[in-house]
Ligand binder design. Sequence first.
Ligand code: AMP
Length: 215
Amino acid sequence: MKLIMLGPPGAGKGTQAQKICNDYNTVQISTGDILRAEVSNGTELGQKAKSYMDKGDLVPDEVILGMMEKKLFGEDAPEGYILDGFPRTVPQAVGLDELFNEHDAELDAIILMEVDREVIIERLTARRTCKNCKKVYNLLFMPPEEDGVCDECGGELIQRDDDKEETVKNRLKVYEEETAPLVDYYSGTGKLERVDSHGTPEEVYENIKEVLESL
Ligand code: AMP
């Protein structure tokens, strides 16, 4: 199964991708996670990406496409996957289509996670991540047992720099300008599936399962 999770930051793409992976034996490929790992390892790619990420801007398309070609079609590329956070611009989607054509591969569906702006701001500014094991919490609907401490490993919970309110607002603006046009791009393919993403993670997952079972 080859899926794209599409939707604004804070729609729950990563959370839902993890749930799908548990049940459907596939893997999540998150460009945000890959880039954050490159930044913390201080690689050349990470150094290039950091200044864009800190502001909530997009890393240039050619950097992302080069990185994703290796991930999706290089040695050890997985058979099926859920793309989370990619493509994020029309040129990235065109580049991905070209790669699929070259390699005779095909997408199964694009899951569009729809959620209102106010809910996104509330969700993102309440997100916390364990500094150590990277487990994600949300102070609104999945708080840790003890304030500021990871339930799993006891690590410190921190707020991602790009989840601070001003940066969240910029990320939403970037989404509207750069990523929302992908809805039109993909609606012509007959593979775009819209999912109401306002509920709890469990409720949203039920909506997604319905879609996956109809494919
Ligand atoms: P995310 O975790 O998906 O919200 O991504 C965090 C940040 O990484 C974004 O705000 C961008 O700066 C960068 N990023 C992630 N995916 C992409 C992409 N496909 N294209 C450009 N920049 C990206």
